[in-house]
Write a protein that binds this ligand. Structure first.
Ligand code: AHR
Length: 475
């Protein structure tokens, strides 16, 4: 698609939230960054987290009161949990922006900090769900300390319910993607995309990308909202959220080739199944409204919200417990993202591939440990502090959070529930060693000298702690 010359003047500038990672893959930090603990930030829904070229992580999101726009900043992803939060702007006392304030996103466009958000009136005869998209703009280079004022209203194709906008740069052109109710279509919202001519105007007729029609998109409400774009492996991946904001909320995915005309709806292929849904094993309900970022090692991170309980009293929209969560985003052999399951509360889990044969990962099938790769979720293990001094750790599969690896003197390693016995307390404790040169890790059971966790002939057990079988690549 070629735009009239005048509109090409709006050439994409550095995008704070870009489908393509802003930063070259960061060199591994001298000191490993702290591991984020989920939930990362309580009661911040619709979270946007990104790592800007200034090296800081920025987080914004909907607050339970829906009355203000907030922003926090941290040098580390984990640090967002305790970072100071600035209030950039509060809803107005009256008028179209005096009610709900939803789903902010921060972008740097042509050198200015702009925050998009959805807002509605506060009643008084007005429909509080008359939600439209607006933007505020910062008067200086520091979004945390600058003064913010209203830039204006997004000029949408129709004067109808619209929200959850995002912006991304692709092949030098900045695009806007958002959710909107389209006159004549009986849904709450559909997804649209268009090139931008200015921060609040479109440079071409919008393309409708999807209407919620699949069973998992229309549970409670017919919803396709909260688009987020990631550019990886020669494709654009656009996630979106579907159904009511209770446990039925989930992520869908549309994919387009990076060289396609992304303004052509036919260039996008929609997954017929949701890619990220409620997981009762890990107790995360209604995961959705995601964004993407990278950790300090340059590895992709999925950011989303989710509750840690299912039953909600009253309207889910006014339940405050959609907490911000983060987890690694992995990829399948074909280069498409593997979302796995929402990993649950606690330290972000890791995967451990055998250094002797990286195709074999520490995994489990039910309560049986295996060396293999049955599914992403079955290869994710959470490390927690041990009970035998500061260096001991315990390992637990995310799908069986009440089970732990236990080692026996006969060289077997199994999964067992904590029965609070002395025997369990002894056999579930490991010391984690990191081989500085190779970054391999080893887990030595404190009760079995000279041995370490190993993949041996496709099984999980103990082997000589110096053997290749006892070394793992943590990822
Ligand atoms: O969280 C408020 C609104 O509810 C968000 O804008 C939308 O994504 C969700 O459905």
């Amino acid at each position: 698609m070629t735009l009239p010359l005048s509109r090409r003047a709006f050439i994409a500038s550095t995008a704070a939230l870009s489908a393509t990672p802003m930063l070259a893959r960061a060199a591994a930090p001298a000191q490993p960054a702290p591991t984020p603990i989920n939930p990362l930030v309580r009661q911040r829904a619709d979270a946007q987290v990104f790592r800007h070229e200034d090296g800081y992580y920025y987080l914004t999101g909907s607050v339970p009161e829906y009355d203000r726009l907030v922003l926090r900043r941290s040098k580390t992803l984990a640090g967002l949990a305790t970072a100071e939060e600035a209030v950039l702007w509060r809803h107005e006392k009256s008028g179209p922006m005096s009610g709900f304030i939803w789903a902010p996103e921060l972008h740097q466009i042509e050198g200015r900090w702009i925050m998009y958000f959805a807002a509605g009136p506060s009643g008084g005869g007005e429909d509080v769900f008359r939600i439209r998209t607006y933007a505020i703009v910062c008067d200086g280079p520091d979004p945390m300390t600058g003064k913010w004022k209203v830039l204006g209203q997004f000029q949408a194709p129709w004067d109808s319910f619209n929200l959850d906008s995002t912006s991304f740069v692709h092949r030098g052109q900045r695009y806007f993607a958002w959710a909107q109710r389209e006159p004549g279509i009986d849904t709450n919202s559909n997804l649209y995309i268009a090139p931008m001519a200015s921060p609040l105007t479109l440079a071409a007729k919008a393309t409708r990308l999807t209407i919620p029609t699949l069973d998992w998109e229309v549970r409670g409400y017919k919803v396709a909202e909260a688009p987020a774009v990631l550019h990886r492996n020669g494709r654009l991946f656009m996630t979106y959220s579907a159904s009511a904001t209770d446990a039925r909320y989930c992520l869908g995915l549309m994919t387009a080739d990076e060289n396609a005309d992304i303004m052509d709806a036919n260039a996008w292929t929609k997954s017929q199944q949701p890619v990220f849904t409620t997981c009762r094993e890990t107790s995360v309900y209604g995961p959705g409204h995601n964004s993407f970022t990278m950790d300090e090692q340059g590895r992709d991170i999925l950011v989303y919200h989710g509750r840690d309980y299912e039953a909600i009293k009253g309207d889910p929209l006014f339940n405050p417990d959609r907490h911000t969560r983060v987890q690694r985003l992995y990829y399948k052999a074909d280069g498409t993202p593997d979302f796995g399951v929402p990993v649950g509360n606690g330290a972000m889990p890791e995967r451990f591939a055998s250094a002797a044969n990286p195709k074999l990962l520490l995994a489990h099938e039910g309560t049986r440990l295996v060396a293999g790769n049955p599914s992403l979720a079955a290869t994710q293990f959470r490390q927690s502090s041990g009970r035998a001094g500061s260096r001991s750790v315990m390992l637990s599969p995310i799908l069986l959070p009440d089970h732990y690896l236990v080692a026996a003197k006969d060289g077997t390693v199994t999964l067992a529930k904590d029965d609070h016995s002395g025997d369990f307390a002894m056999r579930s404790q490991f010391v984690r060693f990191t081989d500085s040169g190779s970054r391999h890790v080893r887990f030595a059971p404190i009760g079995v000298r000279g041995k370490a966790l190993a993949a041996v002939d496709g099984r999980i057990g103990l082997a000589n702690s110096r053997s290749a079988a006892a070394r793992w690549l943590a990822d």
